[in-house]
Design a protein around this ligand. Structure first.
Ligand SMILES: [Zn+2]
Length: 152
């Protein structure tokens, strides 16, 4: 038996996620100006966004979160593939034994583990959130965002 899977070992994939996406917005204290003069002529450097700039963020910005949406969260390399396949046509429904409801089998399933998130004791990734190219991942995000596919 040869099992075909959506992805192969060692393949690079793009992962998508439905979540509140971290982003940057202009500092709400200084409005992104960073350095300004008070009415009495004293030059002041905004203390709210100074640390963010020190951490390497764009000058005059602060962290923010957008409303939840689908977006590309990163890439990974497949290090483990597990596939479950059912025989939808064969099997005797009257046969004795521990058949898992052969008349109504569960749906075929694939799960992946990535080197970046751990092989063995890592995170299981579902193929419906994995794509072979960045373009495919971006298109799927756009489609899911416009059709408002949500995830619990
Ligand atoms: Zn500021």
């Amino acid at each position: 038996m040869k099992i075909e899977t959506k992805f192969d070992l060692g393949q690079k994939v793009f992962l998508i996620k439905y979540d509140s996406k971290p982003t940057r917005k202009p500092c709400d204290k200084c409005g992104g100006v960073v350095e300004y003069e008070t009415p009495t002529g004293v030059k002041v450097r905004c203390d709210k966004c100074r640390y963010a700039e020190y951490q390497g963020h764009p000058r005059g910005t602060m962290g923010s979160f957008l409303d939840s949406e689908w977006y590309i969260v990163g890439t990974g390399t497949i290090g483990r593939v597990s596939a479950t396949r059912y025989d939808y046509n064969g099997g005797d429904p009257d046969a004795l034994g521990m058949n898992y409801q052969p008349q109504k089998p569960d749906s075929d399933k694939e799960e992946y583990m990535l080197w970046e998130t751990g092989i063995g004791s890592g995170t299981l990734h579902s193929p419906d959130k994995m794509f072979a190219t960045e373009e495919d991942a971006r298109k799927e995000c756009a489609l899911r965002n416009t059709t408002e596919v949500k995830e619990g």
